[in-house]
Each structure stands twice: as structure tokens, then as C-alpha cells.
Design a protein around this ligand. Structure first.
Ligand SMILES: *[C@@H]1O[C@H](CO)[C@@H](O)[C@H](O)[C@H]1NC(C)=O
Ligand SMILES: *[C@@H]1O[C@H](CO)[C@@H](O)[C@H](O)[C@H]1NC(C)=O
Ligand SMILES: *[C@@H]1O[C@H](CO)[C@@H](O)[C@H](O)[C@H]1NC(C)=O
Ligand SMILES: *[C@@H]1O[C@H](CO)[C@@H](O)[C@H](O)[C@H]1NC(C)=O
Ligand SMILES: *[C@@H]1O[C@H](CO)[C@@H](O)[C@H](O)[C@H]1NC(C)=O
Ligand SMILES: *[C@@H]1O[C@H](CO)[C@@H](O)[C@H](O)[C@H]1NC(C)=O
Ligand SMILES: *[C@@H]1O[C@H](CO)[C@@H](O)[C@H](O)[C@H]1NC(C)=O
Ligand SMILES: *[C@@H]1O[C@H](CO)[C@@H](O)[C@H](O)[C@H]1NC(C)=O
Length: 340
């Protein structure tokens, strides 16, 4: 009796010692662990970098020891062990000036769902292998100094894309034969864009688009809301060099549009009436002329900023019928009369 209990006890201890480590060791897949180590080696840590929060990769072991799924900033699928998340926002990563900026081996993490690399100091071209990660749902490369061409046509699961503060362009729409139906949040501020990304015509459920502080000129195209007519409600085109609308109207016929910021452009037209659903309308700091009667058609306005234009005529009394109005700025124009 006694020896068998002792034996049982021993096996149990052995199991206790062996099980957790072997279980943990097997969670991270060796090839993915290798890719992460390669990734770490491509950078140096610079704590003086102003966007530096703290360097998560510092704790990653370079010999692949331990379970990469437990490394700071790494998330894995519990069942398959595939790396699904990499959160390295503000991780003080600076290009080691070896080969590429983001190593293309990152593409080996084929099951990545969330990738956050914002606010580092990554430079150079975005590797094409990133555009092959078809499980990606959230991609955040904002606040770096990356360049290159963005090609989303394989990323059919993409929901949120943040590329602000980089220098990028998009592949032309002709090369896109798919519609991306899940992308609802597209943030492209200060990307040095010279034109409206054609991708906009290929999105089916876009809700918010941020395009401010680019160098987009000319007319606002009619196809902007082609696929996302019903869903698009937030449009920020401020701080560009837009000059007009097709037919002098806000031709983006978006029945759900609530937020429209086209301030600080070079719009030289009469005041366009926003769709009746709009509650935030900022078209200040343009070259608008003529009277502002057309604003009477907007019934849901809460914030209206028409300041710093060349609008003239009398302030219409209809303003008092827009009961929702809370913030009104008509300053720096040539308007007469008083606010009713
Ligand atoms: C990463 O930073 C972005 C802003 O740059 C933020 O929206 C996002 O939530 C951050 N992600 C995580 C996981 O902290
Ligand atoms: C990782 O990716 C690189 C470049 O894309 C490739 O050459 C290499 O064979 C891949 N490694 C593994 C382990 O899959
Ligand atoms: C961004 O990269 C360009 C070259 O690609 C370089 O000239 C510029 O100095 C970089 N800017 C910053 C803020 O690092
Ligand atoms: C942005 O990228 C383009 C090429 O992709 C390059 O010609 C241009 O000099 C870059 N601008 C800056 C400010 O780095
Ligand atoms: C937008 O839709 C119109 C017709 O509704 C079509 O002629 C045009 O090619 C579309 N444009 C894009 C960029 O998808
Ligand atoms: C309309 O916009 C609201 C936000 O204002 C959003 O919650 C809703 O989903 C949008 N409607 C459609 C049909 O997408
Ligand atoms: C309108 O946009 C300008 C920048 O273009 C900004 O300074 C101003 O505060 C905005 N107005 C409102 C009421 O938000
Ligand atoms: C407003 O300005 C236009 C030219 O931009 C001019 O034709 C018109 O007479 C002006 N209206 C008033 C009431 O001053």
C-alpha cells in the first residue's frame, strides 16, 4: 500500500513540475517565436525618443527561451498558439539601420489579428508582407515616418486602420477587385496624401474617415461615399487644399452624415448646404462668398462654424428656427444684421 501511494504522489509531483512548463513551452510556435526575435533584433531601443513610453521588447529573450506568448505586448490564441496580437505602441523602437524598417519577417506571423506599432520612430518602406496578413482586424502604424504604397485588397477582415503621420500613398482603385466590407474606421491624418485614396470607392461599411492635414486638392469627388452611403457619418477633410465641389453642391450624398469638417481649405464657392442630418458643420477658413440663406435647409445643426470667409448679405432670421443650435461662429465675414 505505502509504496504505491508514494509512487502516485511522486508521479503527481513529476506531473506538476513537467506539465506546466511543457504546456507553456508548446503554446508559442517556434517559427513565430523566431520571427519575433528577428523583429526585436531589427531595432534598437532609444529611451530619449520623445514618443517613447516604455520598451516592451527589452524583456523578450533573444535565444527564444520561454514562451513568446507570455512576452510583454504579445497575445496568442489559447487554442492554436498562433500570435494574434502585437501591442508595441510607444515602445521606443528605432530603426537599427540594418536593412528594412519593419522587417518583412513580420509577415510570418500569419495569424496576426491586431498589430499596434504606433508612436515609434520607424522609417522607410512598409514591407509588402504586411499586406498579406489576411486575418488583420486592427492595424496601427500611426506616428512613425514610414513610406510606401498601401495595398489593402487582401485584408478583407480589416476593421480599423490608423496610418496618421506617415508618408504614404494608396494603390490605385483599378487594381482592387474586392470590396472591403468590415473596414469602418480609417484614419489618414498628415499622411502627405495628394489625392483622395481610391480605396474609398471600395469600402462598404465605412463609418469614419479622417483625412485632415494632407495635400489633397481639387474637387471633392462624387464617388467618395460610393459603397458606404448609408454608414458614413463622420468626415474630416480639414486642412487640405480643396477648391470646389462638383456642381457647387455637397455632392457626397450621405443620408447618415452627422459630422462634416471641411475647414481650412481653399473652397471658393457659395455656401453649400450640408445634408439635413449634419449636426457638426465646420467650413470656416475658406474663400466662400455670397449670402448664407442656404443654411436654412440644415435642421439638425448643433455646431455651425462659417467664420473666416468672404460671406456677405444679411444674417437670415431662419437661424432662430434651428432649435438644436448651440455653437455659432459667423465671425470674420462681411455679414450684416444681428443674430436672431
Ligand atoms: C495604440 O495607440 C493608439 C493611438 O495611437 C490607440 O488608439 C490604441 O488604442 C493603442 N493601442 C493599445 C492596445 O494601447
Ligand atoms: C520568415 O519570413 C522571411 C521573409 O519574409 C522568410 O525568408 C523566412 O523563410 C520566414 N521564416 C520562417 C521561419 O517562416
Ligand atoms: C523621415 O524620413 C525622411 C527620409 O525618408 C527623412 O528625410 C526625414 O528626416 C525623416 N523625418 C523624421 C522626423 O525622422
Ligand atoms: C514621401 O514619399 C515620396 C515617395 O513615396 C517621396 O518622393 C517624398 O520625398 C517623401 N516625402 C517626405 C517628406 O519624406
Ligand atoms: C462609383 O459609383 C458610380 C455609379 O454609382 C460608378 O460609375 C463609379 O465607377 C464608382 N466609382 C468608384 C471609384 O467605385
Ligand atoms: C448612422 O450613424 C450612426 C452614428 O451617428 C451609427 O451608429 C449608425 O450605425 C449609422 N447607420 C448605419 C445604417 O450605418
Ligand atoms: C473649425 O475648424 C477650425 C480649424 O480649421 C478650428 O480652429 C475651429 O475651432 C473649428 N470650429 C469649431 C466650432 O469646432
Ligand atoms: C456679396 O458679394 C457679391 C460678390 O461676391 C456681390 O455680387 C453682392 O452684391 C454682395 N451682396 C451684398 C448684399 O453685399
Amino acid at each position: 500500500m505505502a509504496p504505491s501511494i508514494f509512487f502516485l504522489f511522486c508521479t503527481w509531483i513529476v506531473c506538476l513540475i513537467l506539465l506546466p512548463t511543457s504546456f507553456v513551452d508548446s503554446l508559442c510556435r517556434p517559427d513565430e517565436s523566431f520571427s519575433l526575435m528577428e523583429f526585436k533584433q531589427s531595432f534598437r531601443i532609444d529611451r530619449t525618443e520623445w514618443l517613447c513610453d516604455y520598451p516592451k521588447v527589452e524583456s523578450w529573450s533573444l535565444d527564444g527561451h520561454g514562451d513568446c506568448c507570455s512576452w510583454d505586448g504579445v497575445k496568442c490564441d489559447e487554442a492554436t498558439g498562433h500570435v494574434t496580437g502585437l501591442d508595441l505602441n510607444g515602445s521606443c523602437l528605432v530603426d537599427a539601420q540594418l536593412s528594412g524598417p519593419i522587417p518583412s519577417s513580420l509577415g510570418n506571423l500569419t495569424r496576426l489579428v491586431r498589430l499596434y506599432l504606433s508612436s515609434n520612430n520607424l522609417q522607410g518602406e512598409i514591407p509588402n508582407s504586411l499586406w498579406e496578413l489576411k486575418d488583420l482586424e486592427i492595424l496601427d502604424l500611426s506616428g512613425n515616418n514610414l513610406s510606401g504604397t498601401v495595398d489593402l485588397h487582401r485584408l478583407e477582415n480589416l476593421e480599423e486602420l490608423y496610418l496618421d503621420f506617415n508618408n504614404i500613398s494608396f494603390v490605385s482603385g483599378i487594381e482592387m477587385n474586392t470590396m472591403l466590407s468590415k473596414l469602418f474606421y480609417l484614419s489618414l491624418e498628415s499622411c502627405n496624401l495628394q489625392e483622395f485614396p481610391k480605396i474609398l470607392g471600395h469600402l462598404r461599411g465605412l463609418e469614419r474617415i479622417y483625412l485632415s492635414h494632407n495635400k489633397i486638392g481639387g474637387r471633392i469627388p462624387t464617388w467618395m461615399g460610393n459603397g458606404s452611403r448609408e454608414s458614413l457619418w463622420y468626415v474630416d477633410l480639414s486642412h487640405n487644399i480643396l477648391t470646389s465641389f462638383v456642381d457647387n453642391r455637397i455632392n457626397i450624398l450621405l443620408p447618415n452624415l452627422t459630422y462634416l469638417d471641411i475647414s481650412s481649405n481653399l473652397l471658393k464657392t457659395e455656401l453649400p448646404t450640408p445634408p439635413p442630418s449634419v449636426s457638426y458643420y465646420n467650413i470656416s477658413n475658406n474663400i466662400l462668398f455670397g449670402d448664407i440663406q442656404s443654411i436654412c435647409g440644415a435642421k439638425s445643426l448643433v455646431t455651425l462654424d462659417l467664420s473666416s470667409n468672404s460671406l456677405n448679405g444679411t444674417i437670415p432670421s431662419c437661424l432662430k428656427n434651428i432649435h438644436s443650435l448651440e455653437i455659432l461662429d459667423l465671425g470674420k465675414n462681411k455679414l450684416d444684421g444681428s443674430i436672431p
